[in-house]
Design a protein around this ligand. Structure first.
Ligand SMILES: Nc1ncnc2c1ncn2[C@@H]1O[C@H](COP(=O)(O)OP(=O)(O)OP(=O)(O)O)[C@@H](O)[C@H]1O
Ligand SMILES: [Mg+2]
Length: 409
């Protein structure tokens, strides 16, 4: 309830606030504008002096200031708190409201952030922003210059506003994620056509320069052997032996061309065993494999396998590593593939490191880091790269766990 107002007037103002919050939320999907609008409405209607909206970055366990009333609106995007840090961090950690009536600095939960000018404000109330499904998405704070004893009604009102804001945040995030997926899909489709063309050129080369040349030589050696049989059986035998070697080499080349083409036998071996056999197919690498037995939708397994393959190829090509660790694990609804080497590492900020849509390098496989990232995004996941010159490289693919039964095809 608002101080100084009777119960009815208070209830009416509360209803008006909630309905204006709903209007602001439904006006559009630009989250930052919504949060600024909500912050302004909250201070106006709860008779407080400033309002801060912090959003939770779940992966980093950080709160980021995303909405604030003037003069703090200019700080939006530049103030961060770890979960557990400060009052907002405590509220995020515990999922329950917290208030300080006065003497903030004596409260162990309070943390002074110079830019937010805590010394100008006496009382504060902080509530978690929780979706109807109980998922924490942020924290909403109000502050007053004058000392104020917040009532239970104040807490309830702020929680109702927070509930509405939570829905808006979730919608905006879903919308953004959908748009990202759509973009990734477009890029992936474009790349796929490019890769196909490159792969065809590579194969044509391989067949032309390797297998075809050997068969031509094979033909000549066999002709020479045939000519030599009546007069000089020893020469004929030598030519036949040479022909046998060439046939064996042509066969090897054909096998390796096919191995590069054919999708791995994931169905026969399962993902874990396929990764194991993949790791052993790099004779120059010492790979330790820890792969959980998982069965996922076919396309998800293929994506994991191809990512591991490209990551190991990169280690073999670029890292000069002593040892490599390949790990596949499941964490609730996420699957994580990690390939970590202790090799040369590299500067991930260098312009040669491909990002989706960027001028990534296109080698003979045309897949590379940019391709791994696109595959990840396409599955609603992400690719993280941790590397520094001289300190090894870790590639981490995180995708949603898609059980085999849910596979569309
Ligand atoms: N494990 C690694 N260790 C050291 N450097 C790496 C590693 N992985 C990638 N890099 C660096 O990042 C660059 C980009 O890798 P990316 O896989 O995109 O391209 P590429 O391997 O050069 O070519 P392609 O994969 O298309 O054949 C590499 O050229 C290399 O410099
Ligand atoms: Mg590569």
């Amino acid at each position: 309830m608002i101080p100084g107002l009777g119960a009815d007037a208070g209830a009416e103002r509360e209803a008006r606030l909630l309905s204006r919050v709903m209007d602001t939320i439904s006006a559009g999907l630009d989250l930052d504008r919504i949060l600024q609008g909500v912050a302004a409405l909250v201070t106006e209607t709860t008779d407080t002096d400033v309002c801060f909206v912090h959003l939770l970055d779940d992966r980093a366990r950080m709160l980021q200031l995303r909405g604030a009333t003037p003069p703090f609106d200019t700080l939006v995007g530049s103030v961060e708190l770890a979960v557990g840090e400060g009052v907002a961090g405590w509220v995020a950690d515990h999922g329950e409201p917290y208030m300080i009536i006065d003497n903030k600095t004596a409260d162990p939960r309070y943390r002074y952030i110079p830019a937010l000018r805590g010394e100008d404000y006496t009382s504060m109330l902080s509530v978690p922003v929780v979706t109807p499904l109980g998922h924490l998405v942020g924290v909403l704070n109000v502050h007053t210059r004058e000392r104020r004893e917040f009532s239970q009604a104040d807490v309830d009102l702020l929680r109702s506003v927070a509930g509405l804001v939570a829905g808006a945040i979730e919608n905006a995030r879903l919308h953004r994620r959908l748009a990202d997926r759509e973009e990734a899909l477009e890029r992936f489709a474009e790349r796929t056509v490019e890769w196909q063309e490159q792969e065809r050129r590579r194969l044509a080369h391989e067949i032309h320069d390797g297998i075809s040349q050997r068969i031509v030589s094979l033909f000549f050696h066999l002709s020479a052997a045939a000519d030599a049989i009546p007069a000089d059986p020893a020469v004929a035998a030598e030519q036949v032996a040479r022909a046998q070697e060439l046939a064996a080499a042509a066969l090897d080349e054909a096998r390796s061309a096919i191995a590069g083409l054919r999708p791995p036998v994931l169905d026969d071996l399962g993902l874990a065993a396929s990764l194991d056999s993949l790791a052993h197919s790099f004779p120059t690498l010492d790979v330790r494999v820890e792969a959980a037995e998982l069965r996922m939708a076919e396309h998800a397994e293929t994506a994991v396998y191809r990512t591991a393959q490209e990551a190991l190829q990169n280690v073999a090509k670029h890292a000069g590593a002593q040892s490599v660790r390949l790990r596949l694990s499941r964490h609730r609804d996420r699957v994580v593939l990690e390939v970590a080497d202790d090799g040369a590492g590299f500067d991930t900020a260098a312009p040669s490191v491909g990002s989706p849509g960027g001028p990534g390098p296109a080698g003979p496989t045309g897949f590379g880091l940019a391709g791994m990232r696109e595959r990840a995004e396409l599955l609603g996941g992400q690719l993280d790269l941790a590397a520094a010159p001289g300190r090894g490289t870790t590639v981490r693919l995180t995708i949603p766990f898609l059980p085999a039964a849910q596979s569309a095809g």
